[in-house]
Write a protein of this length. Structure first.
Length: 626
């Protein structure tokens, strides 16, 4: 809707209503900031304001546990079990507070192993963390050259115990028997978190250099979090507004400055109607503008799309194909899927993208990737429609639906008969060949980033077809590392490096990890993280099956098979899956190697090292130096 039309409609409403506009401030907001003004302990010192407060201010001026005090010109923070520290900076925008260690080396690290935070509800960030542990040894230990360890740390060591700093994810494999863990899994970013430095520690020398920098800096930066108060405050700061707290609603709020309130002189109903009208008009205007921009981007993309592309259909042709969307196959967050038939009699599945979810990216991703490739194990895109607000993708029809409906199908009320292990091996091999083609068989490498049972479709003969390329990313075949701004995929199948660069750089090995998690579910006939189990740490299927295989135990009863040949196939699939879900991407095989393992002799398959660095659900810690 044009801005001029919005202005005309508003003017007409105001004239017709004959009401006046009164400008005033928000009394409740102003009252909070009068009682709780920003303050400092000294000129040039850190500014103290909500959610922090000075100990001399009223309790309502700060969140629980966020109390600072003045010692002369110094701003002081008291940490339970660790002592008091001088504060150098407070970053309200990112929820950070930097304190001086006061020359006490790693003071506070061993006070509460695995947990140093400002409040009981604190948690660390998702990215750029470096997880370490402290190791104590009764005599000096000389780590191997490629081992990530540094020390002994002189200020923590004694005559009877030498303390070392080690990488938490590597110490278990090479730790001497005479050493023990003093404090496990301490999370530290490589540098100040706001710099977003995702440096990966490639060598032992890198590790020792980082440790030396950490000890020499004499400062640490802590994350603070008191949900939901600090969540709201961080949003306020990023919007360049101050954060306050309302005792009436018991919620944090953003200060808007002088608030303009439209008040009807003789009728409050007129004000409500006017406000609703403004909201509706602005909403339709912004939506219309956004949709127009997206349509222009999509049309520009389609105009430059010169590959052997699928057929473009009009909306009227789409209605004929689907017989006016008569036969609905299913629905998801993306929209709805309908069965249809082309003019030549070929059955198709028509995926109608929901208008509310439409941003153009999924549509262009699908057309740019799947539209240009043809492989037996990749679902074929036959056509598409992009007309006005209607956007659809037309695929070959898969009569046996998704793999998800078969591998999780057990019990008397199951809709489908569970597949035999021989067929599951064929399906796993087909999926692996499809991913191998995406990684190696195209002019550009295609990273799928959403390999899971729901996205594996089965044709009439149960041949697998990889589908749903909405999250896919194209890169050159010689590009081993890709840049990611956020994690992509589905929980339970996302590789660890997608969450934290501490585990390695993001590459095609992320698809290998997802494939391994999928195969593990095919073996077990259950989800790896079963929502029906209340305490996930008590039973995690991949870790359980690894222990069974290492100890030579029979896995047949757990996966409800007794046939010897099927048990051997299950072991083969499990070993391949365990290789694929190694936490270090460098330890995972390529998909070419995965195919070789699947079609080769199971007797020659070596057992992989343990892919589990800790028990599922283990809590992280919250300490980080600059």
């Amino acid at each position: 809707m044009p801005p001029r039309l919005v202005a005309i409609l508003l003017a007409l409403f105001l004239v017709a209503a004959g009401r006046s506009i009164i400008v005033s401030g928000n009394d409740a907001d102003d009252d909070f900031f009068e009682k709780c003004p920003a303050s400092r302990c000294a000129e040039g010192g850190p500014e103290i304001r909500f959610p922090y407060r000075l100990d001399s201010s009223p309790l309502l001026c700060g969140a629980p546990g966020m109390e600072l005090s003045c010692s002369g010109k110094d701003t002081v923070l008291a940490l339970p079990h660790a002592g008091s520290f001088n504060v150098t900076t407070v970053d309200y925008r990112y929820g950070l507070i930097t304190i001086k260690l006061g020359g006490s080396c790693l003071h506070g690290l061993t006070g509460q192993p695995g947990s140093i935070n400002l409040t009981s509800s604190g948690y660390p960030p998702d990215d750029d963390i470096w997880v370490i542990s402290l190791i104590g040894c009764p005599r000096k230990w000389t780590p191997e050259d490629d081992y990530h360890a540094a020390g002994p740390i002189s200020c923590l060591s004694t005559a009877s115990q030498f303390v070392y700093l080690v990488d938490a994810f590597t110490y278990a494999s090479g730790l001497p028997s005479y050493c023990r863990v003093i404090a496990a899994d301490l999370s530290i970013p490589f540098r100040r978190p706001t710099k977003y430095d995702y440096t990966w520690l490639e060598t032992a020398a890198d590790f020792k250099e980082k440790v030396a920098d950490f000890i020499a800096q004499g400062e640490v930066t802590l994350w603070w979090h008191v949900p939901p108060i600090t969540d709201k405050c961080v949003q306020c700061e990023k919007a360049k507004k101050y954060c306050g707290f309302s005792s009436a609603t018991n919620q944090a709020f953003c200060r808007q400055g002088p608030n303009i309130k439209l008040i009807a002189a003789t009728s409050s109903a007129a004000f409500v109607i006017l406000l609703l009208l403004v909201v509706i008009l602005v909403y339709f205007y912004t939506q219309s503008k956004r949709e127009k921009e997206i349509r222009l981007k999509v049309e520009k993309f389609l105009a430059s799309y010169n590959a052997i592309k699928p057929t473009r259909y009009t909306f009227s042709e789409l209605k004929k194909i689907t017989k006016r969307f008569k036969n609905k196959l299913g629905q998801g967050g993306f929209g709805s899927v309908y069965k249809g038939e082309l003019a030549n009699g070929i059955p198709v599945a028509v995926k109608m993208l929901a208008r509310s979810k439409w941003d153009g990216r999924e549509f262009t991703n699908e057309v740019a990737t799947i539209g240009r490739i043809h492989h037996f194990n990749v679902v074929r895109l036959l056509g598409f429609c992009s007309e006005g607000t209607t956007h659809a993708l037309i695929y070959e029809f898969m009569p046996n639906e998704s793999l998800e409906k078969y591998i999780f199908s057990k019990g008397r009320n199951a809709l489908h008969e569970p597949l035999k292990m021989e067929k599951l091996l064929e399906i796993a091999t087909g999926i692996a060949r499809g991913i191998e083609y995406l990684h190696q068989g195209c002019n550009q490498r295609i990273l799928h980033f959403d390999i899971k049972p729901h996205n594996i479709l089965l044709d009439r003969n149960f041949n697998p077809k990889i589908s749903d390329f909405g999250l896919a990313k194209l890169c050159s075949r010689d590009q081993s590392i890709v840049t990611m701004t956020a994690a992509r995929g589905t929980m339970g199948y996302i590789a660890p490096e997608m969450y934290s660069r501490n585990f390695g750089a993001v590459s095609y090995k992320a698809d290998v990890y997802s494939f391994g998690m999928l195969v593990m579910e095919m073996v077990g006939g259950r989800r790896n993280a079963d929502p029906r189990i209340e305490n996930q740490s008590e039973f995690y299927f991949p870790e359980w099956i690894y222990d069974q295989l290492v100890n030579g135990q029979d896995i047949g009863p757990a996966i409800e098979i007794a046939n010897t040949s099927e048990i051997e196939i299950a072991k083969k699939l499990a070993i391949v899956a365990l290789w694929c879900i190694q936490w270090d991407p460098r330890d995972r095989p390529s998909m070419t190697r995965v195919v070789q393992m699947l079609i080769g002799d199971s007797q020659n398959l070596p057992m992989p090292p343990t892919p589990f660095v800790s028990s599922p659900g283990q809590d992280a810690v919250i300490i980080a130096p600059n």
